[in-house]
Ligand binder design. Structure first.
Ligand code: MG
Length: 333
């Protein structure tokens, strides 16, 4: 018996009957010889970590443009916090922690430069619309290496449905949906405080009473609430009370940080960068990097230009914009 088979056996013994067993995966698009050491979900997690798209998350904005300070979250540290929350919940519920981790690490791979502002602009420009959850799937199915990562069905489903109206098929995927919110609500409060645009005392009173008065308490309340309401169940949920206050806190952040704040004004300045890059590469597709040029014939110009821009880091987008539109004598480093 291989080490992988031994772990598949252990999964059957210790995991909840509602867990997704790696030995029961719906599999990959293209069949591959299984690894002798790792389960299919562990292997997917490792493929994501070794991808270029994963490394680029380091230089993509979460909410605050990254050069502002070294302590703000980036898309990468957000992703790692989501994975931490998700793994804690998954293990406590005796679900498949490896599957949960793979989905969490892959969920934002398709995020644009400049956070949701970049996403919104691309959505406005593209005739087919743009949603980062769909782009994350496109990264793992096609863009990475030019042929995708050939991940299992469960990981791809969890990535596609981590946000939006529809739930993931697996409980592990549903955990990532909750964990994404838990992570960003709490870290965005902290980052907004650091930026001086939010005072913790201004948080809605009922949120503080029910969820707690510090980041640590609030994360703890949310995680424990999900665990106690979902233990041994075939669903993942929060209690109504905690759900409602979490929702209220999220709305509060939209009003104070995401829509109308100094951070938002800074990020909005990047609108025109995305628009200009889109215009330029649509008119000059021969200047796309080679891996994207190769896709032009099969996928069409609009799709490929969108993929190219969505894949850019903040700094790559800014330096490309500067190269194209700012006379070199005026460029500042
Ligand atoms: Mg996320």
């Amino acid at each position: 018996m291989s080490i992988r088979q031994e772990w598949e056996r252990i999964e059957k013994l210790i995991l909840s009957p509602h867990a997704s067993l790696s030995s029961m995966t719906a599999g990959r698009e293209v069949w591959e010889e299984p690894c002798s050491v790792r389960t299919d979900f562990q292997r997917d997690r490792d493929r994501i970590i070794h991808s270029k798209a994963f490394r680029r998350l380091k230089h993509k904005t979460q909410v605050f443009i990254s050069p502002e300070g070294d302590h703000y979250r980036t898309r990468l540290t957000h992703t790692l916090e989501v994975a931490q929350v998700a793994r804690t919940i998954s293990r406590a519920l005796k679900l498949n922690e490896d599957l949960t981790e793979a989905i969490a690490l892959g969920h934002d791979l398709g995020h644009t430069p400049f956070g949701h502002t970049g996403e919104k602009v691309l959505d406005e420009i593209c005739s087919f619309g743009f949603r980062h959850r769909e782009q994350s799937l496109r990264v793992v199915e096609k863009l990475e290496n030019g042929r995708g990562l050939n991940l299992t069905h469960e990981v791809r489903d969890g990535i596609l449905y981590h946000s939006g109206g529809k739930s993931a098929q697996t409980l592990e995927g549903q955990i990532v949906h909750f964990s994404d919110r838990i992570a960003y609500i709490n870290h965005d409060i902290e980052d907004a405080q650091r930026a001086g645009i939010l005072d913790e005392k201004a948080l809605p009173k009922s949120c503080v009473e029910i969820l707690g008065s510090s980041k640590r308490e609030r994360i703890n309340t949310m995680i424990n609430d999900i665990i106690s309401n979902s233990y041994d169940k075939d669903y993942v949920k929060m209690s109504e009370n905690v759900q409602e206050e979490t929702h209220k806190l999220r709305n509060f952040l939209f009003e104070t940080v995401y829509v109308a704040s100094k951070a938002k004004i800074e990020v909005c300045k990047t609108d025109n960068i995305i628009k200009a890059l889109f215009r330029y590469f649509s008119s000059n597709p021969e200047e796309l990097s080679q891996e994207y040029r190769l896709m032009l014939e099969a996928d069409g110009k609009e799709r490929v230009v969108t993929d190219y821009i969505a894949g850019m880091t903040d700094r790559y987008a800014i330096s490309t914009f500067a190269q194209l539109y700012i006379p070199s004598a005026w460029q500042v480093n």
